[in-house]
Design a protein around this ligand. Structure first.
Ligand code: HEC
Length: 170
């Protein structure tokens, strides 16, 4: 092989390596960050409907949820102590209109979600009424109704952070 020929061969090889590196780098960039996809959550196999919330709305919604579960725990504890008065107060604290939601929160929620959320609050108000009347059977039936609504809603919806895919600047 002449000097010129081997020089051309080396040059071609170098070009091929550069091209391969470029392709590998390019595809790597597409595969690694989820950034080109504005809503990576949509690709999930999760069949529940996603409700996008900002940080403040998310924290509010989840705090409400934990409050519900704590209320159920406290109601059980008070029932074991036979303290119907305390039970009535606990249930009443979770009735409709007790919390002021953050700006724009309600607008984010689908109608069915709102209906189930309102239904849960009404159930707590009904529990309070039954307890004030000393009607433990009525209370228990209403509590079961509320728990069914918790589970129906959990099976249908999930919250997704609308800020998750756009990390904050340091
Ligand atoms: C109207 C719909 C709805 C109702 C009613 C509802 N939840 Fe939820 N709850 C949700 C959603 C949506 C989530 C977030 C689930 C997710 O994103 O995977 C959640 C999350 C939670 C969490 C996790 C909180 C956290 O900090 O992660 C708890 C605990 C919870 N719910 C308890 C309850 C209880 C107890 C009830 C009934 C008394 C209830 N929820 C009623 C929709 C609802």
């Amino acid at each position: 092989m002449s000097k010129t020929h081997s020089d051309i061969l080396v040059l071609l090889l170098a070009v091929a390596i550069v091209l391969l590196a470029y392709i590998a780098w390019g595809s790597g960039e597409r595969a690694d960050g989820a950034s080109p996809d504005p809503e990576p959550q949509q690709a999930s196999n999760d069949p529940r409907e996603a409700i996008p919330l900002n940080d403040e709305q998310m924290q509010f919604a989840l705090a409400q949820m934990r409050g519900f579960l704590e209320a159920i725990e406290d109601l059980e504890a008070a029932e074991l102590e036979g303290n119907t008065g305390a039970m009535a107060r606990l249930a009443g604290a979770h009735g409709p209109g007790k919390e002021q939601p953050p700006q724009g929160f309600r607008d984010r929620l689908p109608d069915t979600f709102r209906a189930m959320s309102g239904g849960t609050r009404k159930s707590f108000a009904a529990m309070e009424r039954h307890l004030s009347d000393g009607d433990l059977e009525g209370y228990r039936a209403e509590r079961l109704e509320a728990l069914r609504t918790c589970n129906t809603c959990h099976a249908s919806y999930r919250f997704v952070s609308e800020t998750r895919s756009t990390p904050r600047q340091p």
